[in-house]
Design a protein around this ligand. Structure first.
Ligand code: SAH
Length: 402
């Protein structure tokens, strides 16, 4: 695979403002709009265009995607100014991403592309065996969706492909929401494997969310502790934590979620893994159920709480932090002495120290003490760009309580 053009391609040029080249030279993949010489020519460049990024003196820094209307105006694609962003380029990046995952995992169930960290800013691809879901979160990726689908066909040869264009990032880029099947047929939930167990996800049905592969290692960790124990999994979604606890030998597991569709997928997974006799799907509001169990004094030796993002934007930070603290308090109170509690957050606006502080406060509010055994993020199929540590959005804290 080569990036060398057969015919020269001349992309339009974007100049950085004086003194603004350092971050890019040091490897940061973004340029903010106030760092670009945003003259009439730059403003007239159609959003989503590849551009040549030049330093203030006119020296080429590489090829970037450009959108004059967004806060992050340019996202680096390559430090090589001769790069041509064509099918071969996209397929090459995809091939590298797949090779890394295939070195990590025995089975084809993982996040294939995790945006910047895989050199494909704005693109998310998840793999469920021969079914693939694709999210294009930038104008650049959205405009090239046919080329991306062609690259996916070439590299992964999927039976079915679902476009899941329903992210909040798309709204920031002024792109519409849509979810649709672009290749093949899907009849009902799709099957996947994780940690040696079978699960089901429904990226086209009611919930349209697929599967959160990011918790794979955290699920394996807590499930190993669950043998012979009573477990409860709040915000269970399709059963990734709870069903694995049952598979690893928990004596009983309750999965709590307010979505019947999610609980149906969890129940189906319990059946497929032969643990349905030790599994209960309980449809309830998680906070109501936590309060109820507290009132009844019921305890569990394994308690898991991995909720949706409580802080969806910076303005929700204080309210969301209080919700993490309250969740931890209520969950800690139903954790049996010597038991294990996992609290997680996928809010990218809450950094790891802030989350750890809410968990510590919640524990104290509950009048409990304990120790942190594991403080972890997402699995390695969700790599982090070295210059974007803040993109490591997932936090999972596992504690043993006294
Ligand atoms: N723990 C899950 C991921 C959570 S996704 C996993 O391991 O995959 C968030 C889930 O929380 C969704 O299934 C949603 O239906 C559920 N949910 C959101 N708010 C809820 C609430 N107040 N009570 C119960 N479930 C809730």
């Amino acid at each position: 695979m080569t990036d060398t053009p057969t015919t020269p391609v001349k992309y339009r040029a974007i100049h950085l403002q004086a003194g603004r080249q350092r971050r890019v030279l040091h490897g940061h993949p973004w340029v903010y709009s106030n760092e670009v010489q945003m003259d009439t020519a730059a403003k007239a460049i159609p959003p989503g265009s590849p551009v040549r990024l030049l330093d203030p003196g006119g020296k080429p820094l590489g090829i970037a995607t450009f959108n004059p209307h967004t806060l992050i105006a340019a996202r680096m694609l390559s430090g090589d100014p001769a790069t041509v962003v064509d099918h071969a380029f996209l397929a090459g990046r995809l091939r590298n991403a797949v090779a890394m995952r295939d070195a990590l995992f025995d089975r084809p169930y993982y996040r294939v592309v995790h945006a910047e960290a895989d050199g494909l800013p704005g693109l998310i691809v998840d793999r469920y065996g021969d079914v693939v879901t694709v999210q294009a979160n930038s104008v650049f990726m959205d405009q090239r969706i046919d080329a991306i689908l062609a690259a996916i066909d070439e590299v992964l040869a999927p039976r079915a492909v679902i476009l899941r264009n329903d992210s909040t990032q798309r709204a920031l880029e002024g792109l519409p929401e849509e979810s649709r099947l672009v290749k093949g047929e899907i009849d009902g939930p799709i099957r996947l494997e994780e940690n040696g167990a079978t699960f089901f996800a429904d990226p086209l049905g009611g919930q349209k969310t697929g599967w959160f592969y990011d918790q794979r290692d955290n699920r394996a960790f807590i499930a190993k502790l669950a043998k012979g124990k009573r477990a409860i999994d709040f915000f269970s979604y399709n059963g990734g934590f709870g069903v694995l606890c049952a598979v690893e030998g928990a004596s009983s597991v309750v999965s709590v979620d307010r979505s019947q569709g999610a609980l149906d997928n969890a129940t189906r997974a319990a059946e497929a893994n032969g643990v349905a006799d030790r599994f209960e799907a309980r449809r309830a509001d998680a906070f109501n159920e936590l309060e109820r169990l507290n009132a009844e004094g019921e305890t569990f030796e394994i308690v898991i709480a991995d909720p949706p993002a409580f802080v969806k934007s910076k303005k929700d930070l204080a309210v969301g932090c209080r919700a993490y603290r309250k969740m931890t308090r209520l969950a800690a109170k139903i954790t049996a002495p010597g038991g294990f509690l996992l609290c997680a957050s996928c809010s990218h606006n809450v950094d790891p120290p802030t989350f750890a502080e809410q968990v510590a406060r919640g524990l104290h509010d509950a009048g409990r003490t304990g120790r942190i055994l594991r403080s972890a993020g997402a699995g390695p199929d969700h790599p982090v760009h070295p210059h974007l540590p803040e993109s490591a959005y997932l936090k999972a804290i596992v504690m043993q309580l006294d």
